[in-house]
Design a protein around this ligand. Structure first.
Ligand code: SF4
Length: 221
């Protein structure tokens, strides 16, 4: 490890997950920059941030180990009083988004979805290297997706499989709160955590500086 400052990702104690747990000397709870904790709590006093925090806690509690994420999303929306749901979808997951829309509509929600390729702008028109057209001619347009849903007045937006980076732009430009239902991973069946679960075996190459090197010939299991 470098001399980089240690933080929660270097902690094996997790003592903050209770009242009197054991904590390392670098524990962030004990070393927070002045005023940050109080400032964060100020957001929850009133307004939508506080309501989201409190409602999310009830969904976590009531559905703990019982509800799948689709169900949790609907419960959250229902308890927040959101009726108009936006879906920002990758066109590669339109079928899954259609299923989601059907489930949401069957549960009384109004749904408006917008696909990433809407507008049909060529990648080269916005300065993207022409070589990127090898995996598709048109840009994903997450800012447009957000603006369309803002225009529609959606109250909660759900991300279904937006690309890395495109999702970041969508989160930045969405007026409504955003929750992610599907994190795209084209290799791991949209389960990016799979690479973390197998980082000690199949995906150990992720910790190598050269991630493009061929897979090991030797079997790891
Ligand atoms: S807050 Fe402290 S105890 Fe909790 S994960 Fe971070 S370093 Fe560990």
């Amino acid at each position: 490890m470098t001399d980089e400052r240690r933080s929660c990702v270097d902690c094996g104690a997790k003592g903050c997950d209770g009242r009197d747990g054991r904590r390392p000397d670098f524990c962030l709870t004990d070393n927070l920059p002045g005023g940050l904790l109080e400032e964060s709590l100020g957001h929850y006093r009133d307004g939508e941030d506080g309501e989201i925090l409190r409602v999310a806690a009830t969904v976590e509690h009531d559905g703990y180990l019982r509800w799948c994420r689709v169900q949790e999303t609907m419960e959250f929306a229902r308890r927040m009083g959101y009726r108009r749901i936006g879906i920002a979808t990758c066109v590669g997951l339109l079928s899954e988004s259609r299923t989601l829309a059907r489930i949401l509509r069957a549960n009384g929600f109004e749904v408006f979805g917008v696909g990433c390729k809407t507008g049909m702008v060529c990648k080269t028109d916005v300065g993207i290297d022409p070589v990127c057209c090898e995996v598709g001619r048109n840009i994903c347009n997450p800012v447009l997706q957000a603006e369309v849903l803002n225009h529609e007045g959606t109250e909660l937006n759900v991300v279904v499989g937006l690309c890395v980076g495109h999702d970041a732009l969508f989160y930045r430009h969405s007026a409504a709160p955003v929750t992610t239902l599907v994190a795209k991973d084209r290799v791991l069946a949209n389960n990016p955590a799979g690479a973390l679960y197998t980082a000690g075996s199949y995906y150990s190459r992720l910790e190598n500086a050269d991630m493009e090197r061929p897979l090991p010939k030797q079997r790891v299991g």
